[in-house]
Design a binder for this molecule. Structure first.
Ligand code: SF4
Length: 409
């Protein structure tokens, strides 16, 4: 593939001219975007947004068609104890805080069973980062549960969810290669938001000052380890936490680079920061609709037509149609049972209503598994997981033919 800027060396660089229409069209035809070109797209003026969105939407259409997916899931917040303190987070608790919890095995099994009864297919294991390093009380909790580490406990939770017929997807913060290898046989995919490659955001007064696990090189290392281990992986960027357009571009390019090396990035989430009361960022500006659309479109053009690109529908309920136009092909997990514990103020959309809105915009909403079809093979999945994945794939295909919808509350 050729860079847009090198299409004709006799002409001025398109990045210099910031010709949005030309950069977008060339990228949608397979030209490889470079950093300056991507920054130009991310800073697209409102008057040129149509050209950018059209190119990205058509790129998605050619590779993915007009099906848009979601994963019916049960959200299992194994523990909300976390050693980090990101300045936008309300999920995190310390051991003595009201609302601090660690789920018991019985709770994991019970919520999994109830989720499966409601049509869920995914068990999302989502938890704080490395609480055992910070809290003695939590280390005692782990001891009483008969495990030595959070990862070991998550492995047990995954077994319980599998026993109830759900496919686990773990997002447990930063893990070592050994921890990833321990969880791989029990997960159909795993995830870690890159958020941003900006080391500046770890500085004094910035959002990640007190979050050692948000060190970009540590997160990139884990994303690469997952690639080496052939783990289908979900990552993404968080918009509006103080990053510049250049840093946003560099984050997307780092994801592209990891995927080019290992081929394991099964989906990329473009997530908007939401200001929450009682956090240091309560008064911070949230990214606007056009800024999100512009970033989605730029991400589509830099990551390629085949990438699964997701924006959470509960964080931008008014912008579903705009984001479809900008090139997403997935809404991520939607639960008929559990709330979004990370964004508790943002209810999931009703699946039937979401399907109606998609249909009016010319798209068909379909449930999917926590592993995308292109990763269902023994290269990417532990052999023990293949029979259950294939059975659920057949079930989805039959339900689709019969017009049923999973996860409809
Ligand atoms: S965002 Fe994640 S890592 Fe940061 S404080 Fe919250 S739970 Fe911990």
């Amino acid at each position: 593939m050729e860079s847009v800027a090198r299409e004709n060396p006799a002409e001025p660089s398109v990045a210099q001219t910031r010709d949005i229409g030309r950069i977008s069209r060339a990228a949608a035809c397979g030209a490889r975007l470079e950093e300056a070109e991507l920054v130009a797209l991310l800073e697209c003026p409102e008057g040129e947004l149509d050209a950018l969105l059209s190119a990205a939407g058509e790129f998605r259409d050619r590779a993915k068609g007009r099906d848009v997916t979601y994963s019916p899931k049960v959200f299992l917040p194994i523990t909300n104890l976390c050693r980090d303190r990101c300045s936008y987070c309300t999920f995190r608790k310390g051991p003595g805080d009201p609302g601090a919890w660690t789920m018991t095995p019985a709770e994991v099994a019970d919520w999994s069973r109830r989720g499966r009864e409601l049509g869920c297919l995914e068990a999302l294991m989502c938890l704080g980062d490395k609480p055992e390093r910070a809290f003695k009380q939590y280390r005692q909790t782990l001891g009483s549960l008969g495990v030595k580490s959070t990862t070991e406990y998550v492995a047990r939770a995954c077994e319980l969810a599998l026993d109830e017929g759900l496919l686990p997807h773990t997002n447990a913060g930063v893990m070592t290669a050994e921890e990833l290898a321990l969880l791989r046989p029990l997960n159909v995919s795993m995830g870690l938001m890159l958020e941003s490659v900006s080391a500046r955001l770890r500085g004094r007064g910035q959002v990640h000052q007190y979050a050692p696990d948000k060190e970009p090189r540590v997160r990139l290392r884990m994303i690469e380890d997952a690639g080496r281990l052939n783990i289908p992986f979900t990552t993404g960027i968080l918009l509006g936490i103080g990053e510049t357009a250049l840093e946003r571009a560099q984050s997307l390019l780092a994801i592209r680079q990891a995927h080019e090396r290992y081929g394991h990035i099964q989906e990329v989430i473009i997530q908007n920061f939401r200001a929450k009361p009682d956090t240091p960022m309560a008064g911070a500006r949230e990214p606007g609709s056009l800024e999100m659309a512009c970033t989605i479109a730029a991400a589509r053009l830099v990551l390629g037509g085949e990438m699964n690109l997701q924006a959470p529908p509960n964080l931008s309920p008014a912008d579903i149609e705009l984001f479809l136009r900008a090139g997403i092909n997935d809404f991520g997990g939607i639960s008929p049972l559990t709330r979004d514990y990370v964004n508790p103020e943002a209810p999931w959309p009703h699946v039937a209503r979401l399907a109606e809105r998609c249909a009016r915009a010319g798209f068909r909403l379909k449930p999917r598994l926590a592993v995308y079809p292109e990763y269902v093979s023994e290269r990417w999945l532990n052999p023990s997981l293949m029979p259950v994945v294939e059975r659920l794939e057949r079930q989805l295909a039959q339900d689709g033919a019969g017009g049923q919808q999973h996860g409809t509350p």
